[in-house]
Design a binder for this molecule. Structure first.
Ligand SMILES: Cc1cc2nc3c(=O)[nH]c(=O)nc-3n(C[C@H](O)[C@H](O)[C@H](O)COP(=O)(O)OP(=O)(O)OC[C@H]3O[C@@H](n4cnc5c(N)ncnc54)[C@H](O)[C@@H]3O)c2cc1C
Length: 521
């Protein structure tokens, strides 16, 4: 092997590890260099208080590509599940909680029309989400590219939509770019049901229920289930277990995975990459560098704007990547008692978004740079099914908190204390006395996520998922095929197609793009 045939992957997030595993299986010499002391990026398990561990950012697995899990043999590399197919419990202040199991309402009061309409609506949304899922493992076509592959790519997308049938195709085209508020208002009456369905459309996005693109965001979220992946799952040992299994698969295929080695810059030889230089001064020569870091970090910091064409830099600077979600971890003295919720349901996925207006009001504050006065939450208590996460008898609560804008007015200690207090107030309303059970807490704002996980803006998807940053426009037009406009440089993270969530598709697609361009050379 010459230095030129070596491949360096910057970042051992789950996508970097998937990319490493596929390239190593294809016989390439691969080295992953990860800045943090453990692999996984935003999919890690970490101790946040003595004896209490939680999944760092991502806490539920619902999009992991089944083909990747099978091909890389993740179960043989140690991946096990504490729970699969979690139900969703929409908590109601009245105690009349709504329990949804694979989209069917199995408990709670609903008008007959909603109960009957829900199954059909969900089936239709899953059908639409399947269109999104089909794109996940395809190389996006080049916009205006005249090559056979580009024409075929565009044609396949068109055909997938056409094959929905006339009525569904019209409905898909009507709703794909609009807002979930209007769509839910057209279909349902129950405020609690609408709130529970809407939170899935806005989690991790710079969107309220009335924002355009929120239907698209929901279809992206449903795409894992639409592709046959089942409902949300809790990996045993937390989300870090997924990343550890991926690292084991990459190592077994021959890749070297190093941690605690931040990359200072991507080195160049003229207009092609020549390797990386680490913060410790070590240089690693390589003919190909694949970056799992977000597009802004990779292109503007590690490569440097001066080494790129001005128009391209302009587009990268305008890639929207301001995070909106905070992550809350609580170490609890005991299992909280949620009013009128049977204790066996406390381990399911709990959502607090009582209606659409509540969610939209929570977003209103964030639009003007403030955290929500009444936050919406997606909550899990993973220690109920996974005793490894907390000392005996004690529990861990993990929650995504909406909204926490990436904005200096909503940053720092005062903002953190305020949002923590408001989140506890909301939780305490549903689980009276919970506040007194808190032994330790951690609230990560987007700026904290940016710092700790090295994600510019702390964004769930490394950049907003919206029609103007989707498929062949992701991250930016002209660079949506993983290959960047510097010879030998590729991206493989959530900032590329098909976006964020722990799925692995960007990593595998990037590996395929590297192999394809080697063949073409
Ligand atoms: C609050 C929050 C909650 C979320 N919840 C969920 C959820 O429940 N389920 C879900 O599926 N998804 C969730 N997500 C989204 C999901 O976590 C991410 O989309 C996904 O983990 C991104 O994976 P990635 O491998 O592309 O990038 P990352 O995980 O960001 O990995 C990039 C890696 O590159 C490394 N890196 C960056 N710069 C350098 C450098 N200079 N040198 C070396 N290494 C570097 C980083 O340290 C990191 O390890 C959540 C995200 C957030 C922010």
């Amino acid at each position: 092997m010459t230095d030129r045939s070596r491949i360096v992957i910057v970042g051992g997030g789950h996508n970097g590890l998937v990319c490493a595993a596929y390239l190593a299986r294809a016989g390439r010499e691969v080295t992953v260099v990860e800045a943090a002391s453990q692999v996984g990026g935003a999919a890690v398990t970490r101790e946040f208080a003595p004896g209490f561990r939680a999944s760092g950012c991502a806490h539920l697995l619902y999009q992991l590509d089944r083909g990747i899990a099978r091909e890389l043999g993740l179960e043989s590399h140690g991946l096990k599940f504490a729970r699969r197919d979690l139900k969703t419990v929409a908590l109601a202040q009245s105690g009349d909680h709504l329990v949804l199991d694979a989209g069917r309402a199995v408990a709670g009061t609903l008008p007959d029309s909603d109960r009957a309409g829900l199954a059909a609506w969900r089936a239709r949304m899953l059908k639409f989400a399947r269109i999104v899922a089909k794109q996940h493992n395809r190389l996006p076509p080049r916009l205006g590219g005249g090559g056979r592959a580009d024409l075929m790519g565009t044609a396949k997308l068109g055909l997938d939509i056409r094959l929905l049938g006339r009525e569904d195709m019209r409905e898909f085209l009507r709703i794909a770019g609009i807002n979930i508020y209007d769509v839910l208002e057209e279909n349902f009456e129950s405020p609690l049901l609408k709130g529970a369905l809407a939170i899935d459309a806005v989690l991790g996005a710079n969107l309220g229920p009335r924002s355009n693109n929120s239907v698209l965001s929901l279809l992206h979220r449903l795409s894992g289930e639409a592709a046959g992946g089942g409902g949300p799952a809790l990996p045993a040992g937390g989300m870090g277990a997924v990343s550890e299994a991926l690292a084991a698969a990459a190592r077994a295929a021959g890749a070297t995975v190093r941690t605690g080695v931040p990359v200072r810059r991507i080195t160049l030889d003229g207009d092609r990459v020549s390797g990386v230089e680490l913060e410790n001064g070590e240089k690693i020569a390589a003919g190909t560098v694949v970056s799992n870091a977000d597009p802004a970090t990779t292109l503007l910091k590690l490569v440097g704007a001066r080494n790129l064409e001005t128009g391209f830099v302009h587009r990268v600077r305008h890639f929207r990547h301001k995070g909106m979600a905070a992550k809350l971890h609580l170490a609890l003295e005991a299992l909280p008692t949620i009013a009128r919720l049977p204790s066996e349901l406390a381990g399911e996925r709990l959502v607090i978004a009582p209606d659409l207006v509540y969610l939209e009001h929570a977003f209103d504050a964030a639009k003007y740079g403030r955290t929500s006065p009444e936050p919406a939450l997606e909550v899990t208590i993973p220690s109920l099914s996974d005793k490894s996460l907390a000392p005996a008898g004690k529990h861990v609560l993990s929650a995504v908190v909406l909204y926490a804008p990436y904005d200096e007015r909503a940053n720092g200690e005062a903002a953190r204390r305020e949002l923590l207090d408001r989140s506890l107030a909301v939780l305490d309303r549903h689980a009276p006395g919970l506040r007194r059970q808190v032994i330790a807490s951690e609230l990560l704002l987007p700026a904290d996520i940016e710092r700790e996980f090295r994600i510019t803006g702390g964004h769930w998807h490394h950049g907003e998922l919206a029609l103007d940053q989707f498929i062949m426009l992701r991250p930016v037009p002209g660079a949506a095929q993983y290959r960047m406009p510097l010879s030998g440089l590729y991206l493989c993270g959530a900032g590329c197609h098909p976006g964020g969530g722990v799925m692995g598709s960007a990593g595998r697609n990037a590996a395929n793009a590297v192999i394809a361009s080697e063949r073409a050379a």
